[in-house]
Design a protein. Sequence first.
Length: 373
Amino acid sequence: MKTILPGQTIGIIGGGQLGRMMAIAAKEMGYKIAVLDPTKNSPTGQIADMEVVAPFHDLDAAKRLAETSDIITYEFENIDVGVLAWLEDHAYLPQGSELIRTTQDRAYEKEAIEKSNAKVVPYYLVNTLEDLTKATQIIGIPSVLKTRRGGYDGKGQVMIRDEADVKEAKTLLKYGPCILEKFLDFEQEISVVVNRSVAGETKAFPVAENIHVDHILMQSIVPARISENIKTQAESLAINLAESMQMVGTLGVEMFLTRDGDIFINELAPRPHNSGHYTMNGCNTSQFEQHIRAICNWPLGSTKLIDPIVMMNILGEHMEKTIEAIPQFDSCKLHLYGKDEVKHKRKMGHLNILGEDVESIIEKINTLTIWLP
Ligand code: ADP
Ligand code: MG
């Protein structure tokens, strides 16, 4: 178990906003940053001391990243496992490659969740058209067909309500093995970000209540409007998962809460999570600083919530109104990711809005008009 000290270099695979916010937290603590991304001047590249510009599957590029880095981490899950395995053997990758292997595939991920004694919604593996027919009989409808690998923001998913939807669902099979899940008529979506350090210390951040629009996270509300008992349960489920998987770093745990108070784990992210962005201004330690602490062998920081807070995502279509609203940002912290191209539905940044209680913050959001259609 190594301690990585300020002045040393952290290499990040992936140049997106999560890497950028990791890099900013690390630079505050005195680290240097190297990044591997196919695009020059990526959101992380703008912050980094060194950029390796190459595709993610390019082993030579990974070697170059390893040469300049004292430790390697990643900011997204769809990394080539071969490249990661090489880094595990030849560089210092305290998170290992197992966590990525598990969370890259919805089937392995569900096995790991069940192994930790948490619940997942009923599911059935679908490789062929015959499997799909059988799966809809066993799981029933409504249900959701998802590709096992590569999905995000609702991409790679088809909702099945009737026979016509089955036809559309069939086209998903072209993209590889799938999984059919029962559609859960949940009460709320909640999430917990948990960290586990190389020394085995675990800490969970307060539960976030999440609102999605068109399968994209739009809003995280903290404290979540759920009972204390459910909060405690959700946080221990996340900590159990981190311990059961023996993971190192950050795990975002998405959950469904039913009307009966049952919690099902929806999916896992082996990295800082969008629903944890509120921690940047809401908690004593941000999820990004905590990630750096966890991998560099520091004690984990306090995850205490300082004030009620609501995080709102800023997509491409919200950019203009966001800039117009800056004069009203007395209690808002704006985080923009430095993406050059403003695209519809593209995550450009987020706004953390603080206040006395979540009700008054939600009222404030309505006066900002950024998210009105
Ligand atoms: P991703 O976030 O990778 O696109 P998810 O599996 O988290 O994929 O699905 C995206 C969203 O779709 C969820 O946050 C939830 O709102 C909805 N959803 C996914 N699976 C189910 C399900 N089995 N029952 C009900 N809603 C679901
Ligand atoms: Mg999700």
